[in-house]
Design a protein around this ligand. Structure first.
Ligand SMILES: Cc1cc2nc3c(=O)[nH]c(=O)nc-3n(C[C@H](O)[C@H](O)[C@H](O)COP(=O)(O)O)c2cc1C
Length: 474
């Protein structure tokens, strides 16, 4: 090596050493200052009252959430409210908003994290998993107190995988567990009760029985008011349009993107979610439900209740469930690219109905583009009249219906999306948000693949982090 290069390398090494020493010094100074503050607080008398003991100064607690359909967010919000109600300073945030330095320096951290896909992080934590958790060298998180509530479902092969990964990663980075990770199998009430008890040891107010856990809102009888078979003669399973309302009282509030959950009588503890296809102004919850066939010839349990074993006028135990990840959020005035297949049209229709009824800020609503896949034009053109009206009004500026059984090429919605890449780029340049609703296998994964191909992994992740790529897949 030339002397010049040696000198340069030595200079880099020396400055690196100095930087490390400075960081270490700052770290020690912070620790000494904190110790001194703690000692002086322990000794100093209460300046206001000499009778009451000094209130211990507690650092603000952070409650972070990572989730796909709103349960993690709801539980995190509830935890933050319970801590706040007890006078504990608390900040509520998404896990994705945290970066390594802020992770360590901001007070104890409670994380509510669900697992999505096949053991994957939820969309809003994908960037965190990739940029922060996979980063080498690992950040030094000594001094950070944390706890993880992992939401999941044992029916998936990789149960609570993302919560487990977070918990392990934090421990490996030197952070200190406040209490062992709690895993919640499909909203298991005993696990949630254990979480509540741990929150109380941190000073949270006990759960208010009048405001039960958001995942345990009571089921109520909902009446099937109308049911229409939409696709007689279709090569696909029978598809129904249903209209429901609570048997008593007005419908609860919901937003486009939210779900109606059915308590299946034979399977307590395993409710089924259906994406709502209407808006509150419709007065009723509309669903688009496919009767699921089973190998033994009987219909699937939940869809069987909705489409076969009941008649209009009958009631079923149901409740509305928020699905924050598929709501309009900050996209109210953005153009929408709506992509889906089959019964996934439900969630896209809810967003279109919201736009048709309530144009943003009194002006013409921002336009939408619907790319929708079904089997055949002759039998499966659900809501065709409504879509035609929205085309005529200009709300639905573009409509791509892709019928897989009408041409020998068997095109699917992902193929059309790839063909229309230049147009998609124009919509995104105009600020559009992408909503995908329908089957995960086949459609959801393939559309995701095409979007990654067109926008790049980082591009799609940035869109997702900005809340401009939202999915409701099942
Ligand atoms: C499409 C989908 C995929 C899921 N994948 C997993 C999984 O791989 N492992 C798991 O334990 N739970 C899985 N779950 C269950 C969720 O983690 C669980 O329902 C959680 O409560 C959802 O919380 P969220 O509303 O905050 O996303 C999955 C749920 C859905 C809908």
């Amino acid at each position: 090596m030339s002397p010049d290069r040696l000198a340069a390398a030595a200079a880099v090494l020396v400055s690196y050493g100095l930087m490390c020493a400075a960081i270490l010094r700052a770290h020690r100074q912070r620790a000494r200052a904190a110790e001194a503050r703690a000692r002086s607080l322990a000794r100093s008398p209460d300046p206001v009252s000499t009778t009451a003991p000094a209130a211990p100064v507690q650092p603000p607690l952070r409650v972070a959430h990572a989730g796909q359909s709103g349960q993690a967010e709801a539980l995190a919000t509830q935890a933050a409210q319970a801590l706040h109600a007890a006078g504990r300073p608390v900040t509520l945030l998404t896990l994705g908003a945290l970066q390594a330095p802020a992770l360590r320096d901001g007070g104890p951290l409670l994380i509510v994290a669900s697992t999505a896909g096949e053991g994957d992080p939820p969309d809003n934590a994908a960037a965190f998993a990739q940029d922060v958790m996979a980063h080498r060298p690992r950040p030094d998180l000594q001094g950070l107190d944390y706890a993880v509530l992992a939401l999941g479902d044992r029916r998936y092969a990789r149960y609570c995988a993302f919560g487990h990964a977070l918990d392990t990663w934090l421990a490996e980075c030197g952070a200190h567990r406040l209490f062992p990770r709690i895993d919640v199998d499909a909203g298991d009430p005993s696990a949630l009760a254990a979480w509540q008890r741990q929150l109380q040891t941190l000073g949270a107010a006990p759960a208010d029985p009048a405001h039960p856990s958001p995942t345990a809102a009571p089921f109520q009888p909902w009446r099937i008011v109308q049911r229409r078979h939409l696709n007689p003669g279709s090569a696909g399973g029978p598809c129904f349009h249903l209209e429901l309302e609570p048997a008593e009282g007005p419908p609860p509030h919901w937003e486009p993107g939210d779900l109606l959950q059915l308590h299946v009588p034979e399977e307590p503890g395993r409710p089924r979610d259906y994406t709502i296809a209407s808006v509150p102004a419709d007065g009723r919850v509309h669903l688009l439900v496919r009767q699921q066939g089973r190998a033994d010839g009987r219909s699937g349990l939940a869809s069987g209740w909705l489409t076969r074993h009941t008649a209009p006028g009958d009631t079923l135990p149901m409740r509305v469930r928020a699905h924050a990840g598929f709501r309009i959020g900050g996209n109210r005035t953005r153009p929408l690219v709506l992509i889906g297949n089959g019964t996934g049209l439900a969630g896209l229709r809810a967003h279109l109905r919201a736009r048709a009824g309530h144009p943003a800020s009194g002006q013409l609503a921002a336009p939408a583009w619907l790319l929708y896949g079904e089997r055949s034009a002759a039998h499966d053109d659900h809501y065709a009249e409504e879509l035609a009206q929205w085309q005529a009004s200009g709300l639905l500026r573009e409509l791509d219906r892709v019928y897989s059984r009408d041409t020998p090429q068997q095109p699917y919605v992902q193929h059309r999306l790839r063909e229309r890449a230049p147009r998609l780029r124009q919509w995104l340049e105009a600020g559009a948000a992408i909503y995908v609703c329908g089957s995960r296998q086949g459609m959801g994964q393939a559309v995701h693949g095409v979007l990654e191909e067109l926008l790049g992994h980082a591009g799609l992740q940035a869109l997702s982090a900005a809340g401009r790529y939202r999915r409701d897949l099942y």
